[in-house]
Design a binder for this molecule. Structure first.
Ligand code: DX5
Ligand code: ZN
Length: 223
């Protein structure tokens, strides 16, 4: 199981401190939400923030690009220290060249899908990706309620992974809390992004351990 606190919910006035807090928490990844104010109605941060947090988080930086033109940013994020870079299926024709470019930069390749988009849209790309990110909120903001209707998409991603003999990770992102993590794991998710439920928790380490325990327990029910 991978737990990935989302920096979007952290204290932006103390990014180094927050990155170190996430590192001490034992979280496997740190999730970095990049928003361009066009693909989503919000603007967050860019490669310079990735560069700032890089030395203070010892494991993987999971960069989620909610951007209309990610091609102009890929090299900058790779240079800044991203380990994996995720783009959205909603970008249509751009997706194939984007996945190739991320791979050519030596980074892990992620593909994200928004709640209104039909899961069939990602199927042709599954052999090319390391990570399938199922959005369980409409992207743009932290602290939104979990959208239950997205759970079947997690299940479908898990079915295809098995049927096609692939090994991409299935990440859920948005409204993932200690109350919703169990159903996500039961549906087949193995990677959990959480902003509010983790960074806003007084004891981030305890929250990460609890979320991982709940996810692992639920996943055992799957087997
Ligand atoms: C939303 C982002 C999510 C968000 C998660 O557009 O992609 O990663 O930060 O925040 P919570 O866990 O608070 O929903
Ligand atoms: Zn995200």
């Amino acid at each position: 199981m991978v737990i990935a606190p989302s920096l979007l919910a952290a204290d932006f006035g103390r990014l180094e401190h927050e990155a170190r807090r996430a590192d001490r928490s034992g979280a496997e990844w740190l999730h970095l939400d990049i928003m361009d104010g066009h693909f989503v109605p919000n603007i967050s941060f860019g490669p310079d923030v990735v560069r700032v947090v890089r030395p203070h988080f010892s494991r993987e930086l999971d960069v989620h690009l909610m951007c209309s033109r990610p091609e102009i940013l890929l090299e900058a994020f790779a240079k800044a220290g991203a380990d994996r870079i995720t783009v959205h299926i909603e970008l249509g024709e751009q997706v194939t060249p984007l996945l190739w470019k991320i791979r050519s930069l030596g980074k892990k390749v992620g593909l994200a899908i928004n709640p209104p988009t039909h899961i069939a849209a990602v199927k042709p790309y599954l052999p090319q990706i390391d990570l399938l990110l199922i959005m369980t909120v409409n992207p743009g903001f932290g602290g939104q309620p979990f959208i239950e209707e997205c759970v079947p998409k997690i299940q479908q991603g898990a079915v295809w992974r098995k049927e096609l003999g692939l090994d991409y990770r299935i990440e859920v992102d948005g409204g993932v809390t200690l109350d919703t993590v169990t159903e996500c794991a039961r549906a087949g998710a193995d990677t959990f992004v959480a902003g509010t439920a983790l960074f806003r928790h007084r004891n981030l380490g305890a929250a990460v351990r609890k979320m991982r325990l709940l996810a692992a327990r639920a996943a055992r029910e799957l087997i």
